[in-house]
Design a protein around this ligand. Structure first.
Ligand code: BGC
Length: 445
């Protein structure tokens, strides 16, 4: 038997999981998602979620620490911190301080997201991100949070997946938008432009309070291929979808102009304002010209039939997309630190997750070997959590969750990830043990 091969990651690499307030806290009743759930737009309701607000973050952070994770990305909930335009809740801020402190005490470096899909009801009722009035409001909220948490936190994510927020709300209709009549690409672009302005304002505010801060945002990056590369309409659709979905924020950050298929918007103040790029990578889309889909500009995105699918076919396991995403980022922003702020798969049986994890990390390692400055990896997610419009139908946790009893179920992937975090590397022995089906392809010879 040949000796074990080990692929190593750079010293000081951040290993953790990512979560978001509404998905784990429970009893989050003052935001637009709660109302959206009450109105019956989601498969289930978030309810107690993982009961982090009730204090179960402590036991989950014990789990993370005991399995050698050294970082955790979580989000704070605007609607708890500022329940009304003229009211700040210091006790909510104190609770988040306790969480951040609790992580630090366990040897886990907290990274904080300021906005992860949810808006306070008072903001939502005035059409939130569609109106530029949100920008100074977001800045004020950011200042409050940073003042409260700066003792423990230096890594900040201003906004999670602005592109998915805009698309899922204004185009697909799966996420709440303040008025049904406001659907469509034009409203989506207005929201995106204001998110860019909000990011710029928050970037300066954070650095003013904490000069050593590292500030970025998390981009859902979606590599895409044309279904029939020789067929010009497919290629055209691929390019349109690719730039429409992926490039609005990145283009504004590199040039000060938000580029979109519907036209460009000048936002010069945002140019260059990122200390790292956060990448959420899940899968690669195949794109086809489809006359039947005018809502998405006649493009249809899908996964090929023979894909290595997740339980509900929401994700296809396409590891090279991880490398492609990092390569795109390194080329677009030379020398900018890159952090994988999310990557994971829904898999209640844990039959796919071990190989998904191992194969994706091998692609991260490939990127590291090309000297792309990758600084960390946050798995989505620690424990099964509330999956937005899809409710509890998808299970992304290393640990499973019994929603009725709050019991946690340790999946085999916990142990694989623990070994990886402890070794700061991935070995052929680990793959042979947890994902033997890909041993030969990952470690040939
Ligand atoms: C989001 C998470 C979500 C995950 C899996 C990402 O787009 O940031 O909130 O749970 O995907 O669906």
């Amino acid at each position: 038997m040949p000796a074990s091969a080990v692929i190593h990651f750079p010293k000081g690499f951040l290993w953790g999981c990512a979560t978001a307030s509404h998905q784990v806290e429970g009893n989050n009743t003052n935001n637009n998602w709660y109302r959206w759930e009450q109105e019956g737009h989601t498969k289930h309701q978030s309810g107690l979620a993982c009961d982090w607000w009730g204090g179960r973050w402590k036991e989950d952070m014990d789990r993370a620490a005991e399995t050698f994770q050294n970082a955790h990305r979580f989000s704070v909930e605007w609607s708890r911190i500022q329940p009304l335009p003229d009211r700040w809740d210091e006790s909510a801020l104190e609770r988040y301080r306790a969480m951040a402190r609790g992580m630090t005490e366990r040897g886990i470096a907290p990274m904080v997201t300021l906005h992860h899909f949810t808006d306070p009801l008072w903001l939502y009722d005035q059409c939130g991100w569609e109106d530029e009035a949100v920008v100074p409001l977001f800045e004020k909220y950011t200042r409050k949070v940073v003042e409260a948490l700066k003792e423990y936190v230096t890594h900040w994510v201003t906004i999670n997946e602005p592109n998915i927020y805009a698309l899922s709300g204004y185009v697909a209709g799966d996420f709440p938008t303040c008025q049904a009549s406001h659907k469509g690409m034009a409203a989506a672009l207005r929201a995106l432009a204001n998110m860019l302005r909000g990011h710029a304002a928050a970037y300066h505010a954070i650095h003013q309070i904490q000069p050593e801060a590292r500030v970025g945002y998390a981009l859902h990056y979606r590599p895409m291929v044309a279904a029939r590369p020789w067929f010009p309409p497919d290629l055209l659709m691929r390019n349109l979808q690719y730039s429409g979905i992926n490039l609005a924020f990145p283009s504004a950050l590199s040039s000060g102009v938000m580029k979109s298929p519907l036209g460009n918007v000048k936002i010069p103040q945002v140019k260059g304002l990122q200390d790292y790029l956060g990448i959420n990578y899940y899968s690669v889309d195949t794109v086809k010209f489809d006359l039947g889909n005018p809502r998405e500009l006649f493009g249809r995105r899908y996964f090929p039939e023979d894909s290595d699918f997740s339980a509900t076919k929401f994700i296809a396991n396409i590891p090279h997309g991880m490398y492609d995403s990092l390569a795109w980022a390194a080329k677009t922003y030379p020398n900018l630190p890159l952090i994988i702020t999310e990557n994971g798969v829904e898999d209640p049986a844990d039959s796919l997750r071990p190989r998904y994890l191992a194969q994706h990390l091998q692609q991260v390692w490939r990127a590291v070997n090309f000297n792309f400055p990758v600084k960390g990896y946050y798995h989505w997610s620690l424990v099964d959590n509330f999956e937005w419009e899809r409710g509890w139908t998808q299970r992304f946790g290393l640990w499973g969750l019994d929603v009725e009893t709050q019991a946690r179920l340790r999946r085999p992937s916990v142990d694989l990830y623990a070994e990886i975090c402890r070794e700061n590397g991935l070995s052929s022995d680990m793959v042979a043990k947890y994902a033997p089906e890909v041993s030969a392809t990952m470690f040939p010879g």
